[in-house]
Design a protein around this ligand. Structure first.
Ligand code: ATP
Length: 300
């Protein structure tokens, strides 16, 4: 089984469902409230575990009840949480208002995620033993850089999701093997409107780039090659939340198993397409068997 380390966030998503989101100073009555374990680090870890990898998360939860639930949710998904610290204080939270049109407004409060200011004892050894390290930007940037460098020292593939989008320090880019950005991130990072042009510009910074384009699939670019379009399976989407994280988790698993990039991208696209057909982020993430079946079906 391929081994994947994730250095990333855990957040409890606090989701209020309303007809119309309140304007400043306004109070509205919603119709539903849910608490859903999330955070990009945790989501990618669960996606990779369900896709069939041995996954460990490096991160932190707080001493509040959300911390207990976040850890339990990860454990329940088969993610190794031995290196998830428990930090005095609140866990990370994402306060989300979803309106009837499916639009949302989100406030993220990092909580325990902000306490991950360095790699801790055992973290580097864990990274060294993995095939890939998955990174996002919901932990302090210095720690993300430290993790990427540790992976580089041990010849471990680094896969970076630049979310939330922000300027990427040269030290991080220098230690990144594969950047997987959605269209918004790719265009924001480069200032270019066109995804293909953005992919080409990002290739100046890292050796391999994937730009995901929602229902339009994705673009893969490697140095010295023209960007290649990867189609998305045609499905009826009910909720695309977490599609990007599902895609990254599955892609890392396929690459870790030694599949060539085109085949790995096709398999990850099947995984992401399964996730958009069901509600929720983690709740919608497919298991290995389902991804294999969908892939076999697509080949017939
Ligand atoms: P999110 O933030 O919702 O998790 P994202 O914006 O990071 O997602 P997207 O580009 O929307 O990422 O989607 C990632 C991948 O998921 C796409 O490249 C595609 O393979 C798949 N996908 C997304 N939406 C659809 C869809 N409607 N139909 C089929 N596949 C989809």
């Amino acid at each position: 089984m391929t081994r994947i380390a994730v250095l990333g966030s855990t957040n409890m998503d606090l989701v209020a469902y309303v007809a119309t989101a309140p304007r400043r100073g306004e109070t509205v009555t919603g119709h539903e409230f849910r608490t859903i374990p999330g955070g990009k680090g945790a989501n990618q870890a669960v996606a990779a575990a369900r896709a069939g990898a041995d996954v460990a998360l490096i991160g932190a939860v707080g001493t509040d009840e959300f911390g207990t639930r976040l850890r339990a949710a990860l454990d329940g998904s088969g993610v190794d949480t031995d290196l998830v610290r428990t930090t005095e204080g609140p866990s990370g939270t994402a306060h989300i208002v979803v309106d009837a049109a499916g639009g949302n407004a989100i406030v993220v409060i990092p909580g325990a995620n902000a306490s991950v200011t360095h790699l801790g004892p055992g973290d580097e050894a864990l990274i060294a033993g993995a095939e890939s390290l998955l990174l996002q930007l919901e932990l302090p940037m210095d720690t993300v850089v430290e993790g990427a460098r540790a992976a580089r020292r041990h010849g471990v593939r680094t896969v970076l999701t630049p979310s939330p989008v922000q300027p990427l320090p040269p030290e991080l880019l220098a230690a990144t093997d594969l950047l997987v950005a959605n269209e918004h991130e790719a265009t924001s990072l480069t200032g270019l409107d066109d995804a293909k042009a953005a992919a080409r510009a990002l290739l100046e910074l890292v050796p391999e780039v994937v730009v995901t384009l929602g229902s339009r699939g994705s673009l893969y670019a490697a140095r010295g090659q023209d960007p290649v379009a990867v189609p998305a399976p045609e499905v009826t989407a009910v909720d695309t939340t977490g599609a990007g994280d599902t895609f990254v988790g599955a892609l890392a698993v396929a690459l870790g198993e030694g599949r060539a990039m085109p085949e790995a991208l096709a398999w990850a696209s099947q995984a992401a397409a399964l996730s958009v057909q069901r509600p929720g982020a983690v709740a919608a993430m497919p298991y290995r068997k389902e991804i294999d079946e969908a892939s076999a079906g697509a080949e017939r």
